[in-house]
Design a protein around this ligand. Structure first.
Ligand code: FAD
Length: 372
């Protein structure tokens, strides 16, 4: 939807195909770093998004399961960029509201794409909906079909399946009015991580991360989490108790191995389809927003689609792959289980001033979009 908004802003006519009745993952929260908010500023949607988010928490940082802070920063401090947190469903509504009626066609699945055979040719999408399978020709196809993209192989045939990181996440939002928290942050234990962020309406968005075999499910996810996080500081047990088990989303954390290209024959991969990354820096969606505005600018400035897509690939691949590598490294460190390694990690975090510890994150979130 972000790519559609950006492309329309540079004068293109766009059709978005969505296989479900509504976009997936709507039952959870999302954090938008300043790099993503600058894209939304360009779309003139930043104020709407901010109005749906809770105020930035007064305190944030990293703790250990007993509740002792390893590092703590106050709202508005120079070291921690302001992060806007809202429900995904609300972000989707804002993006959808910026598109004209009929632009989004739901319950239509893109089952394949044929890149243009020559530079002068056009790519074709094969789409399956209630009326059967149809062919849609376009000047440009944006394959933004997520981590498990089925279109990716048409652009980068050598790409294998996404790789399982070895850990799984659980996400939830507490029902409105049950709990509120003025602080936010992550707590790192041994091979376990828990984070929470306030949302509007006295709701809290929380997530947990644990090593687990891929594809497993527990009959009662909440009971299993309560057991695993028993003894962790408040509000962690209360957040889990407040969230109905059937509202907890369990996701195996995958990532897309580095692709040699994001473009081929008038088709551009965008978002998780191009660079699905582990969520450890909260940047996957932010990078998708960056992709959208860069793609539209390249298309507006390029002499033809082929040269525009080359510029998009050159502009996006190095940055997004570097962010994905940084996210994986962060996930790896936060999942350490060896007691000596964990003690050393915690000591290093405690002794490093937040300004220095958070510098890599600031470098990512300092990004500013080109003007469309
Ligand atoms: C636990 C967790 C926490 C995260 N937290 C954050 C965060 O705080 N901040 C952040 O920026 N990112 C976060 N991310 C990453 C973020 O969710 C993704 O990077 C982002 O959703 C990618 O957007 P996308 O549009 O590329 O893909 P998706 O969000 O997966 O959207 C793809 C869409 O395409 C549709 N689709 C798929 N295949 C087809 C098809 N063949 N035909 C038609 N439609 C199709 C799907 O139904 C879906 O609506 C997190 C990820 C996880 C797993």
């Amino acid at each position: 939807m972000a790519a559609a908004i950006a492309l329309r802003a540079v004068g293109w006519s766009v059709t978005v195909l969505e296989e479900h009745a509504r976009p997936s993952g709507a039952g959870s929260g999302i954090s938008l770093w300043p790099n993503a908010m600058r894209v939304l500023e360009q779309f003139k949607l930043a104020d709407q998004v901010r109005a749906l988010a809770a105020p930035v928490p007064s305190v944030g940082g990293l703790r250990v399961p007993s509740g002792r802070w390893l590092t703590r920063t106050a709202a508005g401090s120079a070291s921690l960029p302001d992060v806007v947190v809202l429900r995904r469903a609300d972000l989707h509504s804002v993006l959808l509201g910026a598109l004209p009626p009929g632009c989004l066609r739901t319950r239509v699945t893109a089952v394949g794409v044929a890149p243009a055979p020559t530079e002068a040719g056009r790519p074709t999408v094969f789409a399956r909906g209630a009326a059967g399978t149809t062919e849609l020709a376009a000047d440009l196809v944006v394959a933004a079909d997520g981590m498990r993209s089925s279109l990716r192989r048409h652009v980068a045939p050598e790409a294998g399946d996404p790789v399982y990181s070895g850990y799984t996440t659980w996400r939830g939002i507490t029902p409105a009015g049950t709990l509120s928290t003025g602080d936010s942050g992550e707590t790192w234990g041994r091979s376990a991580k828990f984070g929470y962020l306030p949302l509007q309406g006295e709701r809290v968005y929380w997530y947990a991360e644990l090593p687990a075999p891929a594809g497993r499910r527990d009959d009662n996810e909440r009971a299993a989490l309560l057991e695993r996080f028993a003894g962790w500081h408040e509000p962690i047990p209360s957040l889990l108790r407040a969230t109905p088990s059937d509202r907890i989303i369990r996701t195996d954390v995958d990532y897309v191995p580095k692709l040699p290209t994001y473009v081929r024959g008038g088709v551009a991969l965008l978002g998780d389809a191009a660079h699905g990354m582990t969520p450890d820096l909260g940047q996957g969606g932010c990078q998708a927003l960056e992709d959208a505005v860069v793609l539209a600018t390249c298309v507006a400035q390029g002499s033809d689609v082929a040269s525009a897509l080359d510029a998009y690939d050159a502009g996006r691949r190095p940055r997004t792959q570097a962010v994905a590598t940084a996210a994986r490294r962060m996930g790896w460190i936060s999942e350490w289980g060896n007691p000596a390694a964990v003690a050393l990690r915690n000591l290093a975090v405690r002794l490093t001033p937040p300004r220095i510890a958070l510098a890599p994150l600031s470098r990512i979130s300092d990004w500013a979009p080109p003007s469309i």
